[in-house]
Design a protein around this ligand. Structure first.
Ligand SMILES: Cc1cc2nc3c(=O)[nH]c(=O)nc-3n(C[C@H](O)[C@H](O)[C@H](O)COP(=O)(O)OP(=O)(O)OC[C@H]3O[C@@H](n4cnc5c(N)ncnc54)[C@H](O)[C@@H]3O)c2cc1C
Ligand SMILES: O=C([O-])CC(=O)C(=O)O
Length: 322
């Protein structure tokens, strides 16, 4: 979508072996709370988050909000001991960030410190469908196809944009990319309206427009997409200990996703070369646990890299004509 906006003269085709609702992005809670990528400079992460927040805030404040599944949500991030950094880098981007009051902390007797703020949440499957609809409206073609090798695309396309998430492990042999398995529950509990996140990142309660997401797990290196019944009970118990009213939650659905994790998100231009033929590629993958939080920012950066590829192609074709 960003490419169609940045380079309106391009013809864009989306190839994917799975579409919504069968992607990692469909499993995500979709909360806008950044996760740190240790090898990406903080100012770049902050810019990605700022752009994503601004973009989604505008949607949440439009007539499209309910169809797009974007809404504001207020709540608490709580800690058993105060975090090293009292002010995270994103504290001035979310709304109304402040330390929790003693009265608020009384709700969480096991926790000693907390941050209250308002952020945005994407209800992921509706948001993905809304994006697909907007993309189709630009004339973009979408085909179900698994790509085994980027070179199979070079006859049909001038530039390849690789946003295959964990699929890049196999597709481009990126050994720096690894799965972090996450199991979550989606439940009916419409009375829960505040989010609660334990700062250890393991337990969270995220109310969406229709369902509440209860999490979670972080299992580094696990490729299993099968739900685990013991983990489901453990997640439910952990969430009930933070929000006892969840004992009355109904209609529990279990989902598993593999976070496409890496020390840094790979937003990068590369020119592949084989037997004198060149194939420009823009990578945009490795968003780990924070893909929703930074998706618009990384997509905008990738679209600029596509623009650069187009300029390079135009320059080399005019050189060839001379
Ligand atoms: C349990 C859980 C909770 C999460 N909660 C949050 C949250 O609250 N906030 C947040 O910001 N992030 C969250 N995330 C992280 C977020 O889900 C990911 O960062 C994001 O979904 C990654 O998106 P992606 O488009 O890169 O990957 P994907 O959604 O996996 O999409 C990749 C696409 O590429 C296709 N593909 C792959 N390989 C090929 C190939 N060879 N040929 C053709 N197509 C291919 C796939 O079919 C798929 O359609 C969560 C993740 C999990 C698992
Ligand atoms: O940690 C969170 O708050 C939710 C999330 O992004 C994840 O589970 O990956």
């Amino acid at each position: 979508l960003c490419i169609t906006e940045t380079c309106p003269s391009c013809s864009v085709t989306v190839l994917s072996d799975q579409f919504s609702p069968n992607t990692t992005s469909d499993v995500a809670a979709g909360m806008l709370i950044p996760h740190i990528y240790p090898d990406t400079p903080i100012h770049r992460q902050k810019q990605w988050f700022q752009e994503t927040f601004t973009y989604l805030f505008a949607i949440s404040n439009s007539a499209e909000a309910s169809e797009a599944g974007i809404h504001l949500v207020s709540g608490w991030q709580i800690f058993k001991s105060p975090p090293k950094e009292e002010l995270p880098f994103w504290s001035d981007i979310v709304l109304g960030f402040r330390p929790m009051s003693e009265a608020e902390l009384q709700k969480f007797p096991q926790h000693r410190f907390g941050q209250a703020f308002t952020t945005l949440k994407c209800d992921c499957p509706p948001y993905l469908l809304w994006l697909e609809k907007r993309l189709k409206a630009t004339g973009t073609q979408m085909y179900t196809r698994k790509v085994a090798d980027l070179w199979e695309l070079h006859r049909e396309y001038d530039i390849v944009v690789n946003c295959t998430g964990l699929g890049a492990h196999q597709l481009v042999g990126d050994k720096q990319l690894f799965p972090v398995r996450g199991q979550v529950l989606k439940v009916h509990a419409p009375w829960v309206t505040q989010f609660i996140r334990d700062g250890d990142g393991l337990t969270y309660i995220y109310p969406g427009i229709h369902r509440v997401t209860l999490g979670g797990t972080r299992e580094k290196g696990s490729w299993s997409l099968s739900p685990d019944a013991g983990t489901t009970r453990d997640i439910f118990d952990r969430c009930c200990s933070l929000e006892p009213s969840l004992q009355g939650a109904q209609d529990i659905e279990v989902k598993v996703g593999l976070r496409p994790s890496r020390q840094s998100v790979r937003v990068q231009r590369e020119v592949l070369s084989q037997g004198g033929i060149k194939l420009p590629v823009v990578h945009n993958y490795g968003h780990g646990a924070g893909g929703f939080s930074v998706h618009r920012g990384t997509a905008k950066e990738a679209a600029v890299l596509v623009e650069e590829c187009i300029s390079a192609l135009q320059a080399s074709s005019s050189r060839a004509k001379l």
